[in-house]
Design a protein. Sequence first.
Length: 145
Amino acid sequence: MVKAQKKESNRQKSIKTDLARQEKINEILIENFANLQKTMTTLALKFDNLSQQMSSLLTLFEVSAKSFADKLATNIPELQKDAEFLDKLDKLLDQNKTIAKGLTLMEEKLRERVYGGRPTVPQQPQLQRGPPQNYAPSMERRPIQ
């Protein structure tokens, strides 16, 4: 009987410790759920704020696009003037090239008349093929890794 009482008291102690553990676990779980709800609430508020900021940014982009389109529509005559000016510059450049070719041909003909025979045109220096004069090959044939 003494053994039975000890077993019973041990069983009651283990039940009490299990209940105490369960209560502690339940308290920790409740605390964690409360913290989780606070965090979720904060997160929801931040998402709402982010959504509002994105909406205002989208509105800003829309206003900017409308303003850009309006300016583009009002500046069409200026753009056409710029295009016409660029076309005129291109034509002038082509005319300049034609005149330069004609002048060089006239110069060659005059040189032939004055000096007789083919004109001598100064030769431009030829580019040297091969390594430069101060080139020193590396000792290694493989790249450094």
